[in-house]
Design a protein around this ligand. Structure first.
Ligand code: SF4
Length: 364
């Protein structure tokens, strides 16, 4: 059985759901890591990619109240805030002065802000800084804009793109399994709805990322199912039935990067009401490695230092990951939930961490 998985990896044949479960249950994290490292090397050699970016979260006031979340505040809460367009622009200006070329914008589902407000943010940034890559709004936010405005997801995305949107981040995927999803984020859009927003974005030629939040109450089987559903959509978006990596030159959008996000439970309703053992570093590396092996048709696997910590993020570069994310500046979402990492890293520090792992830093 072990040989059949290794044979498939050599021939490029897609791994099945059963293969993925076996990788968790029958192979050590180290064995899977070696297989994933080989695939990563075939794809990227010694290169590790990073971006000089800044995160901006225009508001944290949210009506969805996901038990997994420590970032959101309900309306009237003293923690709640809204950054108006001028303040967002001031922060982008500051970021650009510090050589930032990509702005990552994620907020919450504000009960009152109309779709036009979110468009205005993108238009204002794009008008003032046309060279900046604007990666903005999760699929959960896009679906809420469609609901608020009465427009289709297609029209919402087309309008945002005409305002200057460059790509979509991968947040809000959580875990696709509906039973777990109902416990950790019962009021959030379903897995099918999340996937459909990305499907429509890809049809419009928008490049997106995909994430998975793990290390809470999900099983290995549910992680594997999550990978397979992402892989299926990627196949659909690129060339149906082709599991080989595609450059995206088709002009269609696609998933560029898979982002494994480790759950941090501080200040969350989920951790207050459920006993959750912290995930081990071995399990984290095992999961990243399995994602590399199953998601052969997604170019990059992220080692997201914000949720991993600097040291484990370096180690993950030998377990299938090839992307170190970016400088981030002021990360809020995972820090509210207890992430102990710095809120941002300098470009120099990112390059030191990458070279310290015997890899070559490549700025995107
Ligand atoms: S995860 Fe997103 S949608 Fe859920 S409560 Fe937090 S900000 Fe709101």
């Amino acid at each position: 059985m072990r040989n059949s998985i290794e044979d498939k990896l050599v021939s490029g044949e897609c791994l099945t759901f059963e293969d993925g479960v076996r990788l968790f249950r029958e192979f050590s994290f180290h064995e899977v890591g070696m297989m994933a490292d080989k695939i990563r090397r075939e794809l990227h050699g010694d290169n590790v990619y990073y971006v000089v970016n800044a995160h901006i979260n225009p508001t944290n006031i949210c009506k969805v109240c996901c038990p997994l979340c420590a970032f959101a505040a309900v309306e009237g809460d003293v923690r709640g805030y809204v950054l108006e367009v001028d303040e967002v622009l001031r922060r982008v200006q500051l970021a650009v002065t510090n050589n930032v070329t990509q702005i990552h914008i994620v907020s919450s589902i504000h009960p009152a802000k109309p779709f036009s407000w979110y468009c205005e943010i993108i238009s204002a940034i794009h008008a003032a800084f046309p060279a900046v890559y604007i990666k903005a709004y999760t699929a959960v936010e896009i679906a809420s804009f469609a609901e608020k405005s009465g427009k289709s997801v297609y029209d919402v995305l087309a309008e945002l793109r005409s305002c200057g949107l460059s790509g979509l981040p991968g947040g809000g995927a959580e875990i696709f399994d509906e039973v777990v999803r109902k416990k950790i984020a019962p009021n959030k859009i379903t897995a099918d709805e999340w996937l459909n927003v990305h499907r429509v974005a890809h049809k419009l030629g928008i490049v997106t990322n995909a994430s998975m939040l793990f290390g809470h109450i999900e099983t290995c089987e549910q992680r594997v199912e999550h990978f397979i559903r992402l892989r299926d959509l990627q196949d659909e978006s690129i060339v149906a039935g082709n599991c080989k990596l595609d450059s995206g030159d088709s002009g269609l959008g696609y998933f560029d990067c898979f982002v494994p996000l480790v759950y941090h439970g501080l200040n969350t309703e989920l951790s207050r009401t459920t006993q959750i053992e912290p995930i081990s570093p071995q399990d984290i590396l095992h999961t990243i490695a399995v994602s590399r092996l199953i998601l052969r048709n997604i170019n990059h696997i992220k080692s997201y230092w914000v949720t991993l910590g600097e040291s484990l993020a370096q180690v993950a570069l030998s377990y299938g990951a090839d992307d170190f994310d970016g400088t981030v500046f002021e990360e809020k979402i995972h820090h509210e939930a207890g992430s102990k990492t710095p809120k941002g890293l300098s470009e120099q520090r990112i390059c030191e961490l990458i070279t310290g792992a015997n890899r070559i830093p490549v700025r995107k």
